[in-house]
Design a protein around this ligand. Sequence first.
Ligand code: URA
Length: 244
Amino acid sequence: MDKRERLDKIIASQGLASRSEVKAMVRRGEVEVNGDVVKDSGVKVSYSDNICINGAPLFQRKFTYIMLNKPTGVVSATNDKRDKTVVDILPEEFKRKNLFPAGRLDKDTTGFCLVTDDGDFAHRILSPARHVTKTYIAVLSRPIDYELGKKAFLDGVVLEDGTVLLSAILIQLEAGDKPVYKVVIKEGKYHQVRRMFASLGSHVEQLKRIAIGGLMLDEALEEGEARLLTEKELESIVENDERF
Ligand code: URA
């Protein structure tokens, strides 16, 4: 299936111009679809159409970068015998060879999963040495001592197996029997956030990743929905990541 969208929406989604700027370009005859000048910015086109702006092809990226709002029950892998993978649930128009999730979210973790075919970029944002942050919202099964937790996270939690984690930030968003915390970490060890709260004697009931580096999950994306990242967004993952 090749999903069709409005021309102005597809062009704007690439981060080149706003919807109203695109409409003006179309009116001026600057946009061609499959070799023909189009004058209606509402015409339905697909990502496989050859769209040119002032003669330059719109899609000229070597690699693909997709923001997926991962639902629960889906595994962060490229194929799996039992479960659906993050690649399986992508819209058909984004599917291509060699896509993989840059980093793993647990099957029951939701939120920002970056799916790409750019191995170097994935390595850059995942390498603990690069310190690209990952931000999570965790709902706990029982309260923790917040002051103690803040300090433990900042000092670097020592897991049961002796692993010493890098410094992390803990921020309480809601108190109560099932408190809600924001956690910012700089690495991605197996079940890291769950194990960090386990070290404080609590249990994570719900976990959602809301940001990678300086890029927040788009709130307009429902669980299971995905969209391409714009050039600016891609850069902001690394460039705006100055929190600690
Ligand atoms: N930490 C976890 O424990 N699980 C995830 O899915 C991501 C980070």
